[in-house]
Design a protein around this ligand. Structure first.
Ligand code: NAD
Length: 361
C-alpha cells in the first residue's frame, strides 16, 4: 500500500523519518494519537527485511499504544519508534544521541521507552539529548525494569477474570499454566505461588525453567503447555501464541497473560475463544502495568507506591471490559477496543467543544 494511504487508513497524526547516513541511523517515529496526551511507546531496534516492513510495524505498534493507554485510563496517546538495525551489532552512542535529537524535535509529542532490542542504557543515551524519554535508571529519577510491575498488573487482571468466572477473586487452589518464564512470567509465577495457586510453566530456555522450579513451578514440556488441565492459561512469551492450531487444544476456563498481541488474528481468534466459552482477558488491558509504571515517571518524580496503586486499577479496567462484552453480546477482545475508542471519542468531543467556545469569543 502507498505510504500516504497506509497512514491515512490507520489514522496517524504524524510519521517522522529520521536519517543520518554518517552515523548509520535509519529510524521512524510514528505518533498515532495525541487526543489523550503525548504518544508514549517503546523504541524498538530490529533488523527489518525492508523499509516497508519497518513502516508497517511502527504504524501498527503505535496504534496499539493508543488503545493500551486509553483502556488503562492514562492521559497518554499512542506512539512508537523503530530503529532499523541489528541490536547486537549496530548500537553506538552517536546513533542513540542522534535519535534523541529527532525525539526532542517533536517537543514532547512522542515520548520513548525501552522495547525489544533496546535497554535502559540506550534510553540514557537518548536522555542525554532529550527529556522526552522514560525507562531510565532510578539514579536518573526513572523507574528501572518494568517487568515486576507488568507482572503485578497481570496478577490483578487474573484476579478480575477469576472473580468474573467463579464469583470470587481468590486464587488459592486455582491452577495456572504460564507459557514463558522470562522477566514477566517469572515474577508472575512468584506472585501466584504466594497467593496459593498451583503453577505450571514452560520456557524454551532451560535456565528460566530452573529458576521457575525454584519458585515452586511445575515445569511441563513446551509442546504440552496448551493442554495443561488448568483454570487459567497465561501467555507470557511471544505474540500470536493463540491461533487456529492452539485454541482447540486449550483445557482452561480463562486466558489471562502478559504477552503482547496474543491473538494471531484479533477478530477471528477473539471470537474463537468466546465460542469455546473461554474468558479472554484482552492483552493490552491486562499487560498495561509496564506502561503505567513509566507513565509515573512523568507525574513529577517516580513513586513506586503510586505506580502500584495505579496498576491495581487494571482489576476494574478489565471488569469494565467483561461487562461491556456481556452487555453488547460481543467478544471481550472486541469490547476492549470499544472501551478504548469510546474514551478517546469522549475526550475528542470535549476538546472540540472547548475550541468551539474559544473561537466563538
Ligand atoms: P522475556 O524475553 O524476558 O521473556 C520471554 C520468555 O519467553 C523468554 O524466557 C523466552 O525464552 C520465552 N519463550 C519464547 N518463546 C517461547 C515458547 N514458544 N514457549 C515457551 N517460552 C518461550 O520478555 P518479557 O519482558 O518477560 O515479556 C514477555 C511478554 O510480555 C512479551 O510478549 C512482551 O512483549 C510482553 N510485555 C512485557 C512487558 C514488560 O514489562 N516486560 C510489558 C508489556 C508486555
Amino acid at each position: 500500500m502507498a505510504i500516504f494511504d497506509q497512514v491515512a487508513k490507520m489514522g496517524h497524526e504524524r510519521v517522522m523519518l529520521c536519517s543520518n547516513p554518517d552515523i548509520g541511523l535509519k529510524a521512524i517515529i510514528a505518533v498515532h494519537s495525541t487526543v489523550l496526551g503525548p504518544g508514549l511507546g517503546g523504541v524498538r531496534m530490529w533488523d527489518y527485511a525492508s523499509d516497508e516492513e519497518a513502516l508497517t510495524d511502527v504504524l501498527r505498534l503505535s496504534r496499539a499504544m493508543t488503545y493500551k493507554a486509553a483502556a488503562a485510563g492514562l492521559n497518554l496517546g499512542g506512539g512508537k519508534a523503530v530503529i532499523l538495525g541489528d541490536s547486537k551489532k549496530d548500537k553506538s552512542e552517536a546513533l542513540f544521541r542522534a535519535f534523541g535529537r529527532y525525539v526532542d524535535s517533536l517537543g514532547g509529542l512522542y515520548i520513548g521507552a525501552e522495547d525489544v532490542g533496546t535497554d535502559m542504557e540506550d534510553m540514557e543515551l537518548v536522555f542525554g539529548e532529550t527529556r522526552w524519554v522514560t525507562g531510565v535508571s532510578p539514579a536518573h529519577g526513572g523507574s528501572g525494569d518494568p517487568s515486576p510491575v507488568t507482572a503485578y498488573g497481570t496478577l490483578q487482571g487474573i484476579k478480575a477474570a477469576v472473580k468474573w468466572r467463579y464469583s470470587a477473586p481468590d486464587l488459592k487452589g486455582r491452577s495456572v499454566a504460564i507459557q514463558g518464564l522470562g522477566s514477566v512470567g517469572h515474577h508472575l509465577a512468584g506472585y501466584l505461588v504466594q497467593e496459593g495457586a498451583k503453577v505450571f510453566g514452560s520456557d524454551i530456555d532451560p535456565i528460566r525453567n530452573e529458576q521457575g522450579r525454584q519458585l515452586g513451578v511445575e515445569i511441563v514440556p513446551n509442546k504440552d503447555i496448551f493442554e495443561v488441565d488448568c483454570d487459567i492459561f497465561a501467555p507470557c512469551a511471544l505474540g500470536a501464541s493463540l491461533n487456529d492450531e492452539t485454541i482447540p487444544r486449550l483445557k482452561c476456563q480463562i486466558v489471562a497473560g502478559a504477552a503482547n498481541n496474543q491473538l494471531a488474528d484479533e477478530e477471528t481468534h477473539g471470537a474463537m475463544l468466546d465460542q469455546r466459552g473461554i474468558l479472554y482477558a484482552p492483552d493490552f488491558v491486562i499487560n498495561a502495568g509496564g506502561l503505567i509504571n513509566v507513565y509515573n515517571e512523568l507525574l513529577g518524580g517516580y513513586n513506586r507506591e503510586r505506580a502500584l496503586r495505579m496498576t491495581r486499577g487494571i482489576y476494574l479496567n478489565l471488569t469494565r471490559v467483561f461487562e461491556t462484552a456481556k452487555r453488547e453480546g460481543i467478544s471481550t477482545a472486541a469490547a476492549a477496543g470499544k472501551v478504548a475508542e469510546e474514551r478517546i471519542a469522549t475526550v475528542q468531543k470535549l476538546r472540540a467543544k472547548h475550541w468551539g467556545r474559544l473561537l466563538a469569543r
